[in-house]
Ligand binder design. Sequence first.
Ligand code: ATR
Length: 265
Amino acid sequence: MAISGKTAVYGIIADPIGHVRGPTIFNPLFEKLGMDAAMVPFHVGAASLSRAVAGFRAVESLKGWLVTNPHKFAMFHLCDQVDASGTRLQAVNVVRREADGRLIGGNYDGAGFVNGLRHDGIEPKGLDVLMLGAGGAAYAIAFALAEAGVRRLTIANRTRENAERLAAATRRFFAGFAVEVGEAAASSQDVVINTTSAGLKPEDPLPLDTSGLKQTTTVVDIIMNPEMTKLLTLAKERGCRIHLGRHMLDSQFPLLARHLGVPIS
Ligand code: ATR
């Protein structure tokens, strides 16, 4: 890939930034599509975000950027327009810069998760789902599952009031949707999803009481590293179908590309 004066520039903003996958996914994609474009990392700290974005608005060769931690919420307030999903979450994970400098935000975390299930042959419509956790990722996933038509969503969280708050927010956006707060215990659910950070470290507790786990339940963990969390290992041993954390991100890249105006099919 040769960068010239005509190259369209895309970025990814994060802090820390060393681990991000955007450039390694997008640059080969640009090459495959024959695009004269490059994605580069922008290491920006939280305190500098608004100054950096004010500068980005003025850069005419800059077409847009991916947004990751810790900037998703702050970036929402710096956009001129945001899609429905980003507006519900008050957070964006991608920004397209229009020719006049206007910033159009989107959030594809939830859609990426649901597409990841579908690409793995799991159609969420009509399923009974238990979701563990009520943090940022859980909000995106709960709203996307409601949109995808799951039959029932039970939310279990270490701090119950956070689960209550998420359930109330889900009801507010999706009137009539069956969402309740429950226990982190497996029974006859079709799918159990771990969105908590329990499982990142080997000493973490299991986020689920697995004593009632049935073979017919699909167990999902959104943790990407380690790929096989303790929860997934145990579920596999029990004969359950498992769905790995990387699907959420892998299935999200085409959606992010489309938002950025990259002409993929
Ligand atoms: P993210 O944005 O990645 O979802 P987060 O917003 O910090 O991260 O959310 C972390 C989630 O993991 C929360 O639901 C948290 O529970 P609390 O609301 O009680 O804090 C949950 N969590 C973190 N560590 C946990 C643990 N050891 N056991 C169970 N749940 C845990």
